[in-house]
Design a protein around this ligand. Structure first.
Ligand SMILES: [Zn+2]
Length: 90
């Protein structure tokens, strides 16, 4: 993506402001309300939420959403990519 994510989407697990995003299959795509986020620092899974002011927040998926998301191949690939990068960083 070219620009930072608008607003202050903050990881609910590690507390880092996640103001950059990359989609695995399209690095020009930008996140929107309802899209899935995998934190680049701790691999927490969250959903983007419109903050009502032109920006985005992160929220935890409901248990039903988590059930649907958990086994999605794209979510698993994102978690694996973050885990591999964290290992590479040491
Ligand atoms: Zn995190």
């Amino acid at each position: 993506m070219k620009d930072r994510v608008p607003g202050r989407p903050t990881c609910l697990d590690c507390g880092i402001v996640v103001d950059g995003a990359t989609m695995l299959d399209d690095d020009t795509a930008e996140p929107h309300d309802g899209d899935v986020s995998v934190c680049a620092y701790c691999s927490a899974v969250a959903l983007y939420l419109d903050d009502g002011e032109g920006g985005l927040l992160l929220r935890r998926p409901t248990s039903a959403e988590w059930h649907d998301l958990h086994d999605l191949p794209a979510v698993q690939r994102a978690i694996e990519a973050v885990t591999a990068r964290r290992r590479a960083w040491g």
